[in-house]
Design a protein around this ligand. Structure first.
Ligand SMILES: Nc1nc2c(ncn2[C@@H]2O[C@H](COP(=O)(O)OP(=O)(O)OP(=O)(O)O)[C@@H](O)[C@H]2O)c(=O)[nH]1
Ligand SMILES: [Mg+2]
Length: 287
């Protein structure tokens, strides 16, 4: 009997969950950033190897929500924990004071699925930090999602915990989400990279048109910000910033899709969308 199941990657913001998802599926699917709170929704990546299939859920970093968008992010993370057959709880090797999953997620009771504690970023932690983490969590699996160190061993451990089941998706599927969705995420990632500290939190992106019947493929994307002043920053002097974001994002989308893209980018103001349930729904952040 083959094995198959949902593997949920959870943890506090910025511990490397999305980097690990990408490492596991061997493709850049989930956006990553040195800025926390880059993932806002559940991201699905599928790894099928031999007679085992892992449907990996990347999740938003666990935090105490301060506004509506963060509420929907927390909701997505909690639901992915409930749906899991196996949970990978990630912490940063540099943080040997990290809370447990139950504390980080403020859960009333431990989740039903088995939890594997994964200590990430072993490549950048100091020896004393690693020693402290190993003493505190002798059962943990130590990896570097960035270099791939320890990830094969982690996958062997996960495979052994998967339930016996037929595959949940066709063996060559990479995700359940659309290219349109990933294209929008790549535009948002590029905005995260190219903008200062504050504006990215106010950026959302939606692909309104994705026409594969044209060559190059025509993609029309809207970048939403919350204020007129942010729109000015995003566009930049004589449009320099938006052109630069567009060019870098186009290259990323071309790599993902494997063909040439024409990216038509627009910036719009949607006042205070992060705190507005109707606006969130329109932007695809569903409860
Ligand atoms: N040195 C090192 N850096 C890493 C590793 N894994 C992730 N990072 C870096 O840590 C930062 C955050 O990585 P992400 O994968 O975006 O983290 P995340 O947990 O998905 O973050 P949120 O989605 O914001 O919760 C990025 O700058 C990554 O390059 C690792 O194993 N080693
Ligand atoms: Mg992430």
């Amino acid at each position: 009997m083959p094995r198959a199941g949902i593997v949920t990657v959870a943890g506090k913001p910025n511990v490397g969950k999305s980097t690990l998802l990408n490492r596991i599926v061997g493709q850049k699917l989930s956006i990553t950033s040195e800025k926390p709170q880059s993932t806002r929704d559940r991201i699905v990546g599928i790894l099928t190897q031999g007679d085992a299939q892992m449907v990996v859920f990347d999740t938003p970093g666990l935090l105490d929500p301060a506004y509506e968008l963060q509420e929907t992010m927390r909701h997505a993370s909690l639901r992915a924990l409930e749906d899991a057959d196996v949970i990978l709880y990630l912490t940063d090797a540099g943080d040997s004071d990290a809370p447990s999953l139950v504390e980080a997620a403020a859960l009333d009771a431990p989740p039903a699925a088995p939890v594997i504690h994964v200590v990430n970023k072993t490549d950048s932690a100091s020896r004393p930090q690693l020693r402290a983490a190993m003493e505190r969590w002798p059962e943990a699996v130590f990896v570097s999602a960035l270099t791939g160190d320890g990830v094969k061993e982690l996958l062997d451990t996960v495979r052994a915990r998967l339930p016996e089941s037929e595959f949940l998706y066709p063996a060559d599927d990479m995700s359940t989400q659309s290219l349109r969705f990933f294209a929008a995420e790549l535009v948002r990632e590029t905005a995260l990279e190219q903008l200062g500290d504050e504006v990215p939190y106010s950026v959302a992106c939606v692909v309104e048109e994705f026409r594969e019947d044209r060559s190059p493929i025509y993609v029309r994307a809207l970048i939403y910000v919350e204020r007129e002043s942010q729109k000015k920053i995003l566009i930049g002097s004589k449009g320099a910033r938006i052109r630069s974001i567009g060019e870098a994002a186009r290259k990323k989308i071309e790599t993902l899709v494997g063909s040439r893209i024409y990216l038509d980018l627009w910036v719009k103001v949607l006042p205070n969308w992060r705190r507005d349930a109707a606006a969130l729904e329109r932007l695809g952040y569903k409860r």
